[in-house]
Each structure stands twice: as C-alpha cells, then as structure tokens.
Design a protein around this ligand. Structure first.
Ligand SMILES: Cc1cc2nc3c(=O)[nH]c(=O)nc-3n(C[C@H](O)[C@H](O)[C@H](O)COP(=O)(O)OP(=O)(O)OC[C@H]3O[C@@H](n4cnc5c(N)ncnc54)[C@H](O)[C@@H]3O)c2cc1C
Ligand SMILES: *[C@@H]1O[C@H](CO)[C@@H](O)[C@H](O)[C@H]1NC(C)=O
Ligand SMILES: *[C@@H]1O[C@H](CO)[C@@H](O)[C@H](O)[C@H]1NC(C)=O
Ligand SMILES: *[C@@H]1O[C@H](CO)[C@@H](O)[C@H](O)[C@H]1NC(C)=O
Ligand SMILES: *[C@@H]1O[C@H](CO)[C@@H](O)[C@H](O)[C@H]1NC(C)=O
Ligand SMILES: *[C@@H]1O[C@H](CO)[C@@H](O)[C@H](O)[C@H]1NC(C)=O
Ligand SMILES: *[C@@H]1O[C@H](CO)[C@@H](O)[C@H](O)[C@H]1NC(C)=O
Ligand SMILES: *[C@@H]1O[C@H](CO)[C@@H](O)[C@H](O)[C@H]1NC(C)=O
Ligand SMILES: *[C@@H]1O[C@H](CO)[C@@H](O)[C@H](O)[C@H]1NC(C)=O
Ligand SMILES: CC(=O)N[C@H]1CO[C@H](CO)[C@@H](O)[C@@H]1O
Length: 653
C-alpha cells in the first residue's frame, strides 16, 4: 500500500544514493497492443498502440532496478486524492515543488526518463542565448539574433517543447532582444521545468501517473497558442503532444451516430496540415483561421470557430470519437456510446481539463469553392459620423450574410485620429463572384451614397484551400507580443432583431473601438443542423457575431499600469458589450484572463454538468488550467503582475 511515509522516505533514500546507482539499462515501460484494440471504428495509430498496462506496471514492481519507484507509475484508483493530500500534511495546500519532501530526486527523474525511453527534456527559455548572465549560461549572440528575428513566427514557439506564444501570461521572463543592456532577466519564470516529448501513449500515461502520485503540477502543451497561459506553469511537468502528427482518411466510416467520410487526426496536427490533407483527399475539414493553431489541443476542445462553421458547425461538432489518456493514467476510447459523459465534456468543455487527447476522428465534408473579398474604407475623406454610417450599413446586413452562410473577419481602429474599416477577408463559401456581389450590393450602394471612397479586391477559388491560403493564412497573428491583452464577446443574433437593440449594440462596439487599441469582428453563425448535444458554449448556437478587443499595454508598463489596462479591458471596453448582450457569452479560447463570472460566460447552462463530470473523471484535480472547469479552488501565487500569470506556485485557495 502506498503511504506518505513510504513515498517521502523513498525519495529521501534514493536521493542519498550515488548517481551511479541508476541502472542505465532500464528499459522503456511499455507494451505494444493490437491496433484494433479500440472501439472507435478506426484502428489506433502506431504511436497509440505503445501503451502502459497493468502488466507493465506489475513487471516494474518485480524488477529490482526500479521496484523502489514502481508505485510512482501505478494507475489511479481514486485513493491517491487522500494519499497526496495527507502527504502534503495539509501544511502546504500547494502542488509539490522543489524543496518539498515529495519532490523527486535527480535519480528518480533519471529513472523516469529511462522508463520514458529518453523522452524527458529540460525546458530552457528559447531566448536565454540573449543573456550574458543567466542560470543557463548559454550566451550566444548569433543564436540570440536568430531567436529575436524569428520571435513573432509561430514555428519559433510551436517547435519548442516549452515556449508559449504570449509571454504576458507566462510572466514576461527571458524576453528576446539583441541589446543585452536593454534586457530584463532570464529565469525559468512561468515556463514548465521539464517536458515529456511524447511520441507514444505509454509516455503520456507514465507522466500522468508520476505527476498524480507525487502531486506535481502537470501541464499539456500542443502549440503554445493559448491566450491565457494555459499551456505552461512554473516548475510543472509538461507533456508535449506536438509529435502526434498522423492523419488518416477513411472514406466510409460508420458508427451508430454517424456514417460518412472522416479523418482520424493526431492531437499534434495543426491547421495548415489539416487543410493540406483536406485538399489532398478532395474534402473540406473544419479548423481555425490561424494556420498554426492546433486542431485537437485547445481549439476543438473549446468550441472552435471556423470559416466553414456556417455550413458544418464549430470544431467540437466534428468529433465522432477520441482516444484519451485520463487522470487515472488509463487510455480510453471516447464515443457517444463509450464514456459518453466524457465525450460530451470533451466537445466544448475546454483543453487541458478532462484528459489528454491523442487522436480524434472527425467528420469531413464535400469540397467547396469560395469567393474571397478584401475591402477597406477610412474616415480620411469623410466625417467621423459618415464613417460610422458606413460601418452601420455593413452591421445592418450581417444577419443576411449569416443567412447566406458566409463568414468574415474585419478590423476597426482609430489610428492617429483616422478611423479605418479593413475587411480581411469576407469569405463567401460556395459562392461565385456574382453571388457575392449580389449579396453585398446593398452595402456598397450605401457606401457610394454616403460618399465614402473604398477599395475592393474579390477573387474566386475552386476550393477552400486556395481562398484560405491567400487570405487567413497571411494575417499577422502578432505572435510573441507582450504589449497587448485580449478579450471577446459573442453577440447573439437576436441583437439584430429590432433597430433599437441593434443600434445600442453598435454603440457599444464604437465605444470599444474608441477605447481599445484594435477591434476585430467576425460575422459568424454555426450551422444549426450540425449542432449536436455537447458542452460547447450555448452562446455559439445563437451567435450573430464575435468581437475581439485588444487593449494596449506598453512594453515597460509597471504592474500598476498593467492592472489598470486589464481593468479597463474588463470593465470599460467589454462591460458595455456584456450589458447589451445578456444572452451572449464569451469564447473561452480567446478570453480576457480576468473575465468575470467566467463559468457562466464560457459555458452557460452546461457548466453544472461539466463540473460534475470533472469531479468524477479527475478526483485528484490533476489537470488545472486558468479558468478551466473545476479550477475554482486553485490559484497561482505570482505576487501581483497586473494580469494572472503562471509564474508562481499553484495552491488551493
Ligand atoms: C493567432 C491565433 C488565431 C486563432 N484563431 C482562432 C480561430 O480562428 N478560431 C478559434 O476557434 N480559435 C482561434 N484561436 C484560439 C485557439 O483556438 C486557442 O488558442 C487554442 O487553445 C489553441 O490550441 P493549441 O492546442 O494550438 O494551443 P496550446 O496552447 O498548446 O493548448 C491550448 C490548451 O489546450 C490544452 N491542450 C493542448 N493539447 C492537448 C491535448 N492533446 N489534450 C488535451 N488538452 C490539450 C492545453 O493544456 C491548453 O490548455 C486563435 C489563437 C491565436 C493565437
Ligand atoms: C514476478 O516475478 C516472479 C518470479 O520471478 C514471476 O513468477 C512473476 O510472473 C513475475 N510477475 C510479473 C508481473 O512479471
Ligand atoms: C478519503 O478520505 C475521506 C475522509 O478523510 C474518507 O471519507 C474517504 O473514504 C477517503 N476516500 C478513499 C477513496 O479512501
Ligand atoms: C551559437 O549559435 C549558432 C547558431 O545557432 C551556432 O551555429 C553556434 O554553434 C553557436 N555557438 C556556440 C559556441 O554554441
Ligand atoms: C482623399 O482626398 C484627397 C484630396 O483631398 C485625395 O487626394 C485622396 O485620393 C482621397 N482619398 C481617397 C481614399 O479617395
Ligand atoms: C482617435 O485617435 C486620436 C489620436 O490618437 C485621439 O485624439 C482621439 O481622441 C481618438 N478618438 C476617439 C473617439 O477616441
Ligand atoms: C453549394 O452550391 C451548389 C450550387 O449552388 C449547391 O447545389 C450545393 O448544395 C451547395 N453546397 C452546400 C453544402 O450547401
Ligand atoms: C486597403 O488599405 C491598404 C492601406 O491601408 C492598401 O494597401 C490596400 O491596397 C487597400 N485595399 C484593399 C482592397 O485592401
Ligand atoms: C517607458 O518608456 C517610455 C519611452 O519609451 C518612457 O517615456 C516611459 O517613462 C517609460 N515608462 C516607465 C514606467 O518606465
Ligand atoms: C534573421 C534570422 O536568423 N532569421 C531566421 C528565421 O528563421 C528562418 C527559418 O525559419 C531562418 O531561415 C532565418 O535565417
């Protein structure tokens, strides 16, 4: 039986031994199962057949070179919640951190690595070569120049096991820059400590069991795109799913709930890979607008809006089955029939909360052509009032655009006193240029009548892929930036039902434009037929548009200023939008980290059931993410940074 005493005395005892006491011949703890040992309807990927089983764990206990630590890798049975709680003796209500009795010794980490087959790596902040003095002692001006020049590219961060794309929430440590005298400090900060660079399921299971037994902070990183620091955490063990890259096309999939073509997709697959595969197989697949966002990390787990949602529903709606490692370390097939609660929760309940997805089977759809259009106008040659009449003309026609199953993304900003409206792009799926022009004719006629000059460029593409490549694919995603904080609001279609509400809503939009750095708006509405009963924010189902507001924070802003800008975003910029959208909500994947009443804003009536499922499938509260389901009892103690960061211990409140 596992007791606190055994763990802590073991750790102490092993720590006292010499490094040479680790038997370097310890073999990876895994066995290979048949690919058809799943009832998802598509065989397991090869990387999924390599698993940890009861037999493998029992064999560890039998092997003298690892027997002492074998229990650290045992599957969960629900009793460890008590074991770990008492292990911490309630003196500290925190996860286990360096210096704590339960913290693994170097030797235990080494054995863990051997059992993983060498997949464990220290996480080193990628800009550390810019720092003449740091704990990493790896100053290298050449490498620093490369990292600094490439900092705003997604690949710089998603190809590293620890880096994340929004330093604000990691705690702004170890920022890049080629002038050493202008730099701050380079420490581990809110970056995780070590990463399991997973290339098979057994490694994920070992890491989950190890973290749960020792009460370590565990995080899951796919691309690092998350806006709220949810793929990083100070002194955490991180699991990196990036290498789960396989995509398999199945033309005739059949389950009790869905018959048709599907992809089985590894959880490391990113948008650009999914779209390229769809083009190759002559189908359409649902993903986000940013090419490097992952499909089955946060995106599909948290809703997932898409240019194709108007036809096929949001990202979560595509999922017909998943393979998932749960908090007990077990590998589960999750379908509407098997683990149905978990299936419901994983489709919209948020990433990093219910388990670690290794692959998903998703619906794919017929290939379709698209007409894209980019256009813009400004207040340079007209009055501010006239400019806003132009915006209003577009706003008023948004219900018609949704009706026509088109989608758009546009920005409104006040730059040095001049307002601009930039459409990038209007995405008219399955429409010819003539159809697009007929749809938007009333709007452009109004611009002409108002005397507002505009520029427009419209192009027809045979398939989604070409249209996507020319437009969304080239948007500057401002990756790596730490001078802005985002927030959003899902605006219900009902806000256009009467002229008064519609005008009040547009007034709140104008207020946001006048107070934020930049506003992005999507006209979007998911196909109602695609909606299945899942945990997706109910606000999406009634959606007419989504607004993203970005507030500016100077690079050298003090904590007090960051706090003030954060409050301004939450209250002054987003407050009026919340007030005019009582039946709206907030998209958790792109949210203000300080979103008030976030349970209701992200999940509405679904929250209660999500919390029940969370308590059942993760009784030890292994998985924590900021503002994730069941995160109420926890907080990161980072001192005050003005915004919530991951640069501190995670403790019960
Ligand atoms: C530039 C940009 C554009 C975007 N465009 C869109 C868009 O068009 N539509 C849209 O809906 N959203 C969009 N988003 C938001 C995006 O959906 C979220 O940032 C999403 O969480 C990213 O998921 P990821 O797996 O790539 O990132 P990560 O930061 O790696 O992970 C996000 C979350 O998922 C968890 N996670 C990762 N992998 C797994 C796994 N295998 N199993 C379980 N949990 C996991 C992580 O722990 C974390 O909590 C955009 C974001 C950015 C930065
Ligand atoms: C453990 O070792 C004993 C003795 O060698 C053996 O009989 C038994 O099968 C082993 N059990 C496992 C799970 O390997
Ligand atoms: C955990 O402890 C509580 C009270 O301390 C007890 O009621 C419960 O039965 C224990 N659960 C398990 C699974 O041991
Ligand atoms: C410095 O970085 C460059 C670029 O990565 C590399 O080629 C070089 O070997 C590095 N120098 C040292 C001393 O590590
Ligand atoms: C605005 O007016 C100026 C002249 O006043 C002209 O040069 C310019 O081209 C106009 N801009 C647009 C967008 O029409
Ligand atoms: C627009 O920007 C200018 C200059 O930055 C500023 O003076 C003005 O107040 C802004 N207008 C509004 C309505 O915020
Ligand atoms: C796309 O348009 C064609 C022709 O207008 C129509 O027949 C087809 O049903 C449309 N496809 C979808 C998925 O709506
Ligand atoms: C829109 O504005 C930019 C300048 O801000 C300009 O370069 C571009 O050509 C304009 N036209 C279109 C169709 O986007
Ligand atoms: C930030 O930098 C600007 C100049 O770029 C300077 O004017 C300002 O005083 C600085 N603020 C702080 C808090 O250091
Ligand atoms: C300036 C610089 O070093 N840029 C590099 C950015 O990364 C690309 C590869 O993605 C290199 O080719 C560039 O040299």
């Amino acid at each position: 039986m596992l007791t606190t005493f055994v763990i802590s005395s073991l750790v102490a005892a092993v720590a006292a031994n010499a490094q040479s006491s680790v038997d370097a011949s310890i073999a990876p703890a895994a066995t290979v199962l048949p690919a058809d040992s799943t009832d998802a309807g598509v065989p397991l990927f090869a990387v999924e057949t390599t698993q940890l089983t009861d037999g493998v764990v029992a064999a560890l206990a039998n092997d003298s070179s690892v027997a002492d630590v074998a229990h650290l890798f045992a599957f969960g049975d629900g009793t460890e919640a008590n074991a770990t709680a008492s292990a911490q003796k309630r003196a500290s209500n925190c996860k286990t951190y360096p210096g704590d009795a339960l913290w693994p010794s170097q030797i235990v980490w080494k054995i863990f690595d051997l059992l993983l087959g060498g997949a464990l790596a220290d996480i080193i902040p990628i800009a550390s070569p810019c720092y003449p003095k740091s704990e990493y002692n790896d100053y290298n001006a050449t490498q620093c120049a490369i990292v600094t020049a490439n900092w705003s590219q997604g690949v710089t961060h998603y190809s590293d096991p620890g880096s994340v794309m929004f330093p604000m929430y990691e705690g702004k440590t170890c920022l890049p820059g080629t002038d050493p005298t202008a730099l701050g400090t380079c420490t581990q900060g809110g970056y995780a400590l070590r990463s399991v660079k997973a290339t098979n399921v057994a490694q994920i299971q070992l890491a989950v069991n190890f973290a749960r037994t020792l009460n370590l902070r565990l995080v899951v990183k796919n691309t690092g795109h998350d806006y709220n620091g949810r793929s990083t955490g100070k002194d955490a063990l991180s699991i990196w799913t990036h290498n789960f890259k396989e995509i398999k096309y199945v033309a005739k999939y059949k389950s009790p709930t869905y018959s048709g073509p599907v992809f089985k997709v590894g959880s490391g697959v990113q948008g650009f890979e999914l779209y390229a595969a769809a083009e190759k197989y002559g189908v359409s697949a649902v993903g986000g607008i940013c090419p490097t966002v992952g499909i089955f990390g946060g995106y599909s787990a948290g809703g997932g809006h898409s240019p194709l949602m108007q036809f096929y529903g949001v990202g979560s709606d595509q999922i017909v089955a998943l393979e998932v490692v749960t908090a007990d370390g077990r590998f589960n097939t999750v379908t509407p029939e098997t683990n149905s609660d978990l299936y419901w929760a994983l489709l919209g309940g948020g990433g990093g909360t219910f388990g670690i997805v290794t692959s998903a089977i998703v619906k794919v759809h017929p290939k379709m052509p698209v007409t894209t259009s980019v256009f813009n106008f400004t207040s340079a040659n007209v009055s501010t009032e006239t400019f806003w009449k132009g915006v209003e003309a577009f706003w008023d026609d948004m219900p018609a655009y949704n009706e026509a199953k088109t989608y758009s993304y546009f920005f409104i900003a006040n730059t040095s006193g001049t307002y601009s409206f930039q459409m990038f792009p209007f995405f008219a799926t399955n429409q010819t240029v003539a159809q697009f022009e007929a749809l938007t004719k009333p709007f452009f006629n109004k611009l002409k009548a108002l005397g507002i000059p505009y520029e427009i460029s419209t192009t027809y593409y045979d398939t989604f892929y070409g249209g996507y490549q020319a437009t969304f694919n080239v948007i500057d995603s401002r990756i790596g930036g730490y001078t802005s904080i985002p927030g959003n609001r899902i605006i219900p279609a009902e806000n256009w039902n009467d002229a008064k509400t519609s005008a009040a809503t547009l007034a709140a939009v104008k207020h946001a434009v006048d107070n934020a750095l930049r506003i992005g708006i999507y006209h979007q509405h998911p196909n109602d037929d695609a909606a299945i009963d899942n945990a997706v924010n109910p606000a999406f189902r009634n959606e007419g548009a989504m607004l993203i507001a970005i507030n500016f924070v100077a690079a050298n802003a003090t904590v007090a200023t960051i706090g003030a800008e954060s409050l301004q975003l939450t209250n002054d910029i987003l407050g009026p939008l919340r007030d005019v959208t009582p039946n709206g909500g907030t998209y958790g994947n792109e949210a203000d980290p300080a979103e008030p009443d976030w349970q209701n804003a992200f999940w509405g009536k679904n929250y209660e059931r999500l919390l029940r499922i969370k308590k059942k499938v993760d009784p030890t509260e292994l998985f924590y993410v900021h503002h994730g389901v069941g995160s109420e009892g926890w907080a990161v103690d980072d001192g005050d940074r003005g915004v919530p960061t991951q640069d501190g211990k995670l403790c019960r409140t």
